[in-house]
Design a protein around this ligand. Sequence first.
Ligand code: DGL
Length: 270
Amino acid sequence: MIGVFDSGLGGLTILKAFLTKLPQYAYVYLGDNARTPYGNKSQAVIYAYTRQAVEFLFARGCVLVILACNTASAKALRRIQQELLPERYPDRRVLGVVIPLAEAGVDASRYGRIGVIGTRATIESGVYEQELAKLRPDLKVFGQACPLLVPLVEEDWVGKPETNMILKKYLYRIKRKKIDTLILGCTHYPFLQKDIERIMGKNCRVLNGPETVSDKLIDYLSRHPEIEQRLGRNRIVNLFTTDDADRFRLLGQKFLRHNIPEVERAVFEN
Ligand code: DGL
């Protein structure tokens, strides 16, 4: 099984892309709605919550877990890969969304000027700058935290004048840097993609998580048959939330504009 973890509902966009491009596998989704948002929390807390989520997904049989949440990918993934996996789960894998987006950013950029928008925790971590510099050291990278965007998307304020005004205020700061590529480094921003593209203009490519990460997952699985062969192929999707299951289902359906199956409540031991 492939586990997909997010701090809440946003990662459903990644799950939806996986189900479209890789429908043959079995998936388990976990949204930590009881403790969302992660975007303004400290590294220690984000790590503790993410680790608990990963262990929950491993206990349900996931061989591979994708951290759909940019904040968890930025603040917890490295430690999970360097400490938790070698010590306790050497035959499982956890991947994030930052490296796939950074790789796609390098491929897309014509003049080497890349912007990244995300939560405060993601931008302050500097993880995109680090990963982009590893791939192409001469890149100029400009980060912008956009902490108001997650609640606006969750309130379904996409397209409202107030939201566009706030978007413009955030985006003008990096637009001035004449970036040619913009990475949407947060699960919620694909919902604002059209407005972001309009504000950034046609000389800037806008890269979103679901499309990029699902393409990179196809590539990863083709290069790692030892993992791919252990994934279930019964096309079952199990959804879990740490908060109220009915509320997750209703909000998730509204969020995705798509029917979603039954949701179960995940209860962590401590
Ligand atoms: N899932 C988070 C991310 O992609 C956004 C929501 C949150 O702050 O928890 O960064």
